[in-house]
Design a protein around this ligand. Structure first.
Ligand code: GDP
Ligand code: MG
Length: 431
């Protein structure tokens, strides 16, 4: 996700931290770099213009000459502004204590509405969701939703009298009768946004009275997604957006523009075709990810789910002190492996890109660590020549491999220690 954007921000970040002093001249260069980076990521030009001018005001007011770490302060400011650009607070759907919460998924054809309907139902399975295909004209639409519903073991309201209106009416009755607390209406999509589609959506809205009208838009489509959001919001009103296909080569334009340019906050992002991959959208975490500060909070959350006893505080403290050892590393490697493809998780780590991770390399690393004694893992400094030969023989690798890992580890722990200092407070306090 956002590979180009993240790469560019890495460079900007290094440049900022490399400055001994930051005066107006450096600020001008920094702002120009950020401006070009955002434009290249297909962020709306007006959004970029406003963003840069706000950032300029913020940076000018920082009194950087009086501080000894101006780079950190500028980075923190950029991060805060980026978070605001992405919408500041995460958007949560408020369920009702009595009666079903009814949401409508709205958007053009092929953006991922039907898939997202099933994903949402699965995510909130505890609410006993009911799926509704509000597109009686195309039996295939109902078929597709039924198949996804079956896969996720979620009931789908049958088509009624071959009519969309009759079907949605029936669905609401069924939800109330059978205690479904969440009704997800998958509306019809067209290739183009025309009056007929708008009328049809309005009609459904009048019947079911959506609690949330959520636009589903293709995250890879950049400004098209923003324009769809604007038009749908003007014509029928929107409460939020779900950006799909963020696993592809989305450059960032849609995610970074939609909140400001179309005034539509992002609720969720879809990160694969798999029904489990719908993530709550966290502006702070996304800003961290874009700025190469890693998505430590998301990662820690995932690890916690798997490990149960994963001690996030302890790991953070160790990272800060540069005391992470091979034992911690192995424990994490094992936990992380249970979470699925490592490349996806890698994208959440500071300074690591999806392509950087080679699964074979990791197997080798695991074998080497497994061949170390407890003492060696906790205190790698004791690993001398003969120990290296023993470890290499035990793991089916060479002493060169062992040396390389030791060197990398030494480098990584120093880097982590350094980075720990640069992380914004909220990551470290775990909020
Ligand atoms: N990679 C990826 N593909 C997705 C995602 N969401 C949907 N798709 C795919 O996009 C295509 C269109 O999805 P569909 O739900 O039928 O779109 P609809 O016409 O809006 O209902 C399908 O092939 C989906 O598998 C996503 O988050 N990531
Ligand atoms: Mg569909």
């Amino acid at each position: 996700m956002f590979e180009g954007l993240i790469d560019r921000f890495q460079l900007i970040r290094r440049k900022i931290l490399g400055y001994g002093r930051i005066t107006d001249r450096e600020i001008t260069v920094i702002l120009k770099d950020i401006r070009i980076t955002l434009l290249e990521a297909d962020v709306n030009y007006k959004v970029v213009k406003d963003f840069i001018s706000e950032l300029n005001i913020k940076c000018t007011g920082l009194e950087l000459a009086k501080t000894f770490n101006p780079g950190d302060i500028v980075l923190k400011t950029v991060y805060e502004e980026l978070t605001k650009l992405l919408g500041s607070k995460p958007q949560k759907m408020q369920f009702k204590s009595s009666g079903p919460l009814i949401i409508g998924l709205i958007g053009l054809q092929g953006v991922g509405k039907t898939t997202t309907a099933a994903k949402l139902a699965l995510k909130y399975k505890a609410k006993n969701p009911l799926l509704v295909a509000a597109d009686a004209k195309r039996p295939a639409a109902y078929e597709q939703l039924s198949q996804l519903g079956q896969r996720a073991k979620i009931p789908v309201c049958p088509l009624h009298q071959g009519s969309t209106k009759a079907t949605v009416k029936k669905a609401i009755k069924q939800a109330i009768d059978q205690g479904h607390m969440f009704v997800i209406v998958d509306t019809a999509g067209r290739l183009h946004l025309d009056d007929e589609l708008i009328e049809e959506l309005k009609e459904i809205d009048r019947i079911v009275k959506f609690d949330y009208r959520l636009l589903v838009a293709d995250g890879m489509s950049g400004q098209d997604a923003v324009n769809q959001a604007k038009t749908f919001r003007e014509k029928i009103g929107l409460d939020g957006a779900i950006l799909t296909k963020m696993d592809g080569d989305a450059r960032g334009g849609a995610a970074l523009s939609i909140t400001r340019a179309a005034q539509v906050p992002i609720f969720y992002i879809g990160t694969s075709e798999n029904l489990n991959n719908l993530e709550q959208f966290y502006p702070e975490r996304m800003a961290q990810r874009i700025m190469g500060m890693g998505d430590l909070a998301s990662l820690a959350e995932k690890l916690k789910v798997v490990e149960g006893r994963f001690d996030e505080k302890k790991i953070r403290a160790k990272v800060m002190k540069g005391e992470l050892n091979f034992d911690d590393f192995l424990a994490q490697l094992k936990a992380v492996k249970k979470l699925g493809p490592l490349s996806k998780l890698a994208a959440m780590m500071p300074g690591v890109r999806e392509n950087d991770i080679k699964e074979d390399e990791l197997k080798k690393i695991e074998a080497i660590i497994n061949s170390m004694t407890k003492k060696e893992r906790v205190n790698p400094d004791v690993i001398n020549g003969s120990r290296k030969r023993r470890i290499a023989a035990g793991s089916g690798t060479t002493t060169r491999d062992v040396n390389q890992l030791l060197k990398q580890f030494d480098y990584a722990s120093k880097l982590l220690k350094k980075m720990g200092k640069n992380l914004p407070k909220n990551i470290l306090s775990g909020s």
